[in-house]
Design a protein around this ligand. Structure first.
Ligand code: HEM
Length: 414
């Protein structure tokens, strides 16, 4: 039997940089304590929910298990800092993931049509152009590079900025702003912002998006910024804080998540050469392979919910006000749902993974993310040969969004 204090390690960012240890913990939890109360030092206590069926069950009851007031597990220190900055809330922004109905439904409806497959189809030429540019970058690197840093991180950022309508010259600035607010706790990636610097970052962010909104109100375009800038609910423009939070979620949600799937997907193919060969021989497998890469990497490790009344899950009594951690990375290795869950199979079908969540908050950008991953691998597999590992890959330390931060590779252009 594994001890509860060991299970509490799933709260700490360092645990996520060691997938073997992480999955050993989750496997033991699914077997021995699938719904368990944890009290990790420095964090608020929570119920860890590790079974696929229970995660779905909780997400289905979204009026009973709500996103406000705590969407993500942060240290008590970080929560206190956010409360000071915002004047009471543990969240520095109020976007879809911090909202519940009726606001959530109304705010989600504003951009939902934009993210439908039928509407995203018109982005295909732009995605393909950016994927060509990405592989051109590989060619420029001359046969070796850090695929995670030099290539995978770059592509989704360009896609998001291009659909938001942010000009390329502003991208580095926005990247810095989002990293300062949401940067992982990994010491290598942390910006070390003080309270005053963080406050300044929030002010800068607001000012940047206020200008963008003004511009798009004066002269609307086809981009997502124009939808957000002109958004109204019940005939009234949405408030400034919620509007800027909307920009923030779009700018951040689709970036590290998609790049982690791309880099982690390539590593999975390198570690499973037969699957790489299959995919090269039959690119029609790409849609299934993209889903398997997303299941395999599960870039978003958790979201939290708070119980609004008492409930019993797998025999455990959850009290009103208790927090629950939905452990997507565990649900996606649940042996009751996925045959051979620790095997990467490019043609896995069915693949009912929870990497995009489930239910009312199901990822809004999931179709876009899959289009991006398929487009990148179509281009990489067609133009790059003999890809091999050229060093030791390393993962970001984060209990929220984590994936590879380095993936050194060698390759030959075709
Ligand atoms: C592989 C890439 C991605 C992964 C793994 C991912 C994962 C997730 C997860 C787990 C959620 C929460 C679902 C829940 O609570 O049930 C979510 C929500 C969301 N995602 Fe993604 N995401 C990805 C890419 C994107 C992209 C490309 C965008 C848009 C540009 C995006 C925008 C959003 C938004 C706006 C929400 C909030 C939805 C809501 O609360 O109603 N995501 N995503």
């Amino acid at each position: 039997m594994t001890s509860v204090s060991e299970f509490a390690q799933i709260a700490y960012p360092q645990t996520y940089a060691d997938p073997t240890r992480l999955h050993a913990l989750f496997t033991a939890m699914r077997r021995e304590a699938p719904v368990v109360w944890l009290e990790p030092e420095g964090y608020p206590p929570f119920w860890a929910v590790t079974k696929h069926a229970d995660i779905i069950d909780i997400e289905r009851q979204h009026h009973r298990f709500v996103n406000e007031p705590r969407a993500v597990l942060q240290t008590l220190v970080a929560e206190a800092r956010a409360r000071e900055l915002t004047g009471g809330s543990a969240n520095p922004v109020r976007s879809l993931v911090q909202m519940d109905d009726p606001d959530h439904r109304a705010y989600r409806a504003l951009t939902h049509p934009w993210f439908l497959k039928s509407s995203l189809r018109r982005l295909e030429p732009e995605l393909a152009r950016l994927a060509r540019e990405l592989v051109d970058r590989l060619a420029e690197h001359g046969g070796s590079c850090d695929f995670a840093r030099d290539v995978a991180a770059w592509y989704p950022l360009r896609v998001i900025m291009s659909l938001l309508g942010v000009p390329p010259e502003d991208e580095p600035r926005l990247l810095k702003l989002t990293q300062e607010i949401f940067g992982p706790e990994d010491p290598e990636m942390r910006r070390g912002a003080t309270e005053a610097e963080l406050m300044q970052t929030l002010v800068d962010f607001g000012a940047y998006f206020d200008r963008l909104s003004e511009d798009r109100r004066r002269a609307p375009r086809e981009d997502l910024a124009s939808v957000i800038a002109n958004a109204a609910i019940d005939g009234k423009p949405i408030p400034q804080f919620e509007r800027n939070s909307y920009y923030v979620i779009i700018a951040t949600a689709g970036h590290d998540t998609t790049s982690s799937s791309i880099a982690g997907g390539l590593l999975a193919l390198l570690q499973n050469p037969d699957e790489m060969a299959r995919l090269r021989a039959d690119p029609t497998l790409l849609p299934k392979a993209a889903d398997e890469m997303i299941r395999w990497t599960t870039p978003v490790k958790h979201f939290l919910r708070t119980a609004t009344d008492d409930a019993v899950i797998r025999g455990q009594t959850i009290r009103a006000g208790d927090c629950l951690m939905l452990c997507y990375a565990s649900g996606n290795r649940d042996e009751e749902v996925f045959p051979d869950p620790f095997r990467f199979r490019a043609d896995r079908d069915p693949n009912p993974h929870l990497a995009f969540g489930f239910g009312a908050h199901l990822c809004l950008g999931r179709v876009l993310a899959k289009m991006e991953i398929e487009t990148v691998f179509r281009e990489v597999l067609a133009r790059v040969d003999a890809i091999e590992l050229a060093g030791t890959p390393a993962l970001v330390q984060s209990n929220f969004v984590s994936g590879l931060k380095t993936l050194p590779i060698r390759y030959r252009m075709r």
